[in-house]
Write a protein that binds this ligand. Structure first.
Ligand code: 3PG
Length: 208
């Protein structure tokens, strides 16, 4: 079974996207793939999000589809039915973690304090999304967590950009990073697939 850490290490970079149409989701996934990005987080923030996840899974099967903006248990049920590869939330509750475990959905909860991390660890998790990363201390917070919470891996998301993402990836407790700059809503809605491919390529070219 693929662990969450393996998923994160394999992705390295996780574009967080909002898609308004199924067709744009497919074209986006293809553009990211051409640029070397292998995983996409499609957020549950648009009406077509579930259809888009399903369509990308079918049309671009070698792109890993992660469901983002999981807020409640029924969201986990909805994305599990589609067969997404894993699910991400901006927050963490014990109920959400337990429900994800009950239905067998790999889950990356978002959090920002050691107490939340320890609550997640008590439930067996060792990977978390640090959110909103730069607003809660970002790089310095992750550095401070490395020793007391050894063995815990993070995907910092929120406020990352082309100027700082490689610094985050250089931290030993960062397995991947997330962000919207690789495929902003503006670029997606304008159908700027070549531009998104180029940003993806540039982003990946700066990673070891
Ligand atoms: C989000 O949930 O929108 C992500 O955290 C993306 O954050 P960013 O736009 O700051 O990259």
């Amino acid at each position: 079974m693929t662990t969450m850490l393996q998923r994160m290490q394999s992705a390295k970079v996780l574009p967080v996207v909002l898609v308004e149409t199924v067709d744009s989701a497919i074209k986006l996934a293809e553009a990211l793939k051409r640029g070397g990005i292998k995983t996409v987080e499609i957020t549950l923030r648009t009406a077509c999000a579930l259809d888009a996840m399903k369509a990308v899974k079918e049309a671009v099967p070698d792109v890993v589809v992660c469901a983002g903006t999981i807020l409640k248990q029924s969201d986990l049920d909805d994305v599990a039915k589609i067969g997404v590869d894993f699910a991400v939330s901006p927050g963490m509750t014990v109920n959400l973690i337990k429900h994800a475990q009950e239905i067998g959905m790999p889950f990356l909860p978002g959090l920002s304090t050691p107490s939340e991390m320890m609550a997640g660890m008590e439930l067996g998790l060792d990977c978390f999304k640090l959110f909103p990363a730069t607003a809660v201390g970002g790089y310095n917070l992750l550095k401070a967590l490395a020793s007391p919470l050894a063995g815990i891996n993070f995907c910092p998301t929120g406020g990352l950009n082309p100027d700082n993402y490689t610094d985050f990836l250089a931290l030993p407790n960062v397995a991947c990073i997330g962000g919207s700059w690789m495929a902003s809503p503006e670029l997606i809605n304008a159908g700027e697939w070549d531009k998104i491919e180029e940003i993806a390529r540039q982003t990946m070219s700066r990673i070891d």
